[in-house]
Write a protein that binds this ligand. Sequence first.
Ligand SMILES: Cc1cc2nc3c(=O)[nH]c(=O)nc-3n(C[C@H](O)[C@H](O)[C@H](O)COP(=O)(O)O)c2cc1C
Ligand SMILES: [Mn+2]
Length: 575
Amino acid sequence: MPAQDFQTLVAELEQRGWLRRVRVEVDPILEISEIADRTVKSGGPALLFERVRGSNIPVLINTFGTKQRMCHALGVDDFQQLADRVKALIKPEMPTTLLEKIKKLPQLIALGSLPPKIVRRGICQEIVHRDDADLTALPAIKCWPGDGDLTRNAYAHVTQAMRSAGGRDSDDALRQATNTSSKSAISVTEGSELAREYFGEAGFLNHGPETTGNATAGHPKSEIRDFKTPNLSELLPPRNDGRYLTLTNVFTKNPHTGERNIGMYRVQVLGPKLAAMHWHMHHDGARHFRMHRELGKRMPVAVSFGGPAVMPYAATCPLPPGIDECLFAGFLNGGAIELVPCVTQPEIEVPASAEIVVEGYIDPQDAPVIEGPFGDHTGFYSLADLYPRLHVTAITQRRNPIYPTTIVGKPPQEDFWLGKATERIFLPLLQTIIPDIIDYNLPTFGCFHNCAFVKIKKEYPYQARRVMSAIWGAGQMCFTKMIVVVDAHVNVQDENEVLFHMLANCDPRRDCVITDGPLDILDHASPGCGVGSKIGWDATRKWPAEGAVRTWPDELEMSPEIRELVTRRWKEYGL
Ligand SMILES: Cc1cc2nc3c(=O)[nH]c(=O)nc-3n(C[C@H](O)[C@H](O)[C@H](O)COP(=O)(O)O)c2cc1C
Ligand SMILES: [Mn+2]
């Protein structure tokens, strides 16, 4: 069974020689990040920094930074074991005979124990800080030099807000700036949905429902906010030294149904009791936020660190909306996850064995706050933008907690293994919607959303195109910027082999599909934030029905008898 809390996990890793303690003092500003980056890129151990400047809490990083440690945290030797269990789950053949029923029993019992169990007490609440809760006491790290630096890597509206706040009258300054340059200086294709509502057609620029041409057409006006000209200085974070909580489990609930969601969303520390919540508009936390806003209700939120070893991974799982990550965590854990109600946000429950929990709320009536920039998965900074404010009402912790964190950046990073686990474990689920897929590979350089290599057994013309469309319609796979589909004999885990077939087998005009749709909001090259185009390469052998196709040559392959003979005689050749 996987470890039931992070200190047990640390002990297990240490026992196996997979964790090193660093006893000299280190700086949470950039130093830990550089050490972690070098360590993960060389396949090194998990690191526990015992003395971190400015905090008395040790920092754990690179916990999941190798396949071995990722598997260990999930209680398996190989991801395939979990993929097999998923497969067995989705094919629940009904037992018919009594003997079969008895055989099936352990599986059914296991299933029954999956829902989280609400308990009354948890070590995560051994110490409760309410009035004295202070986010800045956590050893939040600064990952990259430009993190939080608003003079660079900020959307135009943020830059203007900055400038104007530095000027005499902030609103006047922005009005001037937008009057002198063109009105599209702040384009609605910039930034988050919140930013669009604040700065787009919503009247900030124009003080009316008037739109500024094509760019705003079709974007619904918010019916919730009364768009008075916002005071720009209210959008500025009171404090911003580029420090983020990264290995988070963000707990929210659907206000209509009470369904729970857990996502891993970065949280920027902006003061003792203020943070910014960076959930992407496509993710479930943001969906819950919009629901609360529609209802005009405060949104309770909790951010936990640690807990059962499977929790951080579960929070990154691309489960469909409405499916509780805690249920899946229970499945991975091989037993129910114990949850305890928060002290100040009792509607939200958190893992009883968590190291640290930040409790708080988001008020949808609040002005958003400028969040970012942040050195991201993509290998680039994600631009500073507007995100909801998280007000901290309590920080609870166990008596001697450790603080787990991670960095993201140019691959490979620790999150590569979180993603690889998903790639393997979710293959059987993907195959239920797209049975054509034999195997796939999200290569390191594609940072997950940029590239998928997919192998199919081609049985009819244009099948590869159907598979691409299906992938672009499948949950978070919809963000895939490039899909390459190859035939069954190609090893998709060998990236050179895929590129070889893509280049050899494609006529770009005939075999590429370019389509528009939602993209990962972190994609900086797309023309809009979260919207743009995607390309699919049909690298399969072409059939006559697939356009102008000449006689297709066979691919070179030595006959098996000769290969066998040469293998057998290899020593004789004296080579
Ligand atoms: C290390 C790491 C950091 C992440 N940071 C964010 C983030 O800041 N914001 C976000 O929306 N998604 C982030 N993600 C991706 C989400 O956690 C992931 O897409 C998850 O499936 C979202 O869950 P949801 O569908 O329940 O919203 C991160 C993933 C990892 C592995
Ligand atoms: Mn979810």
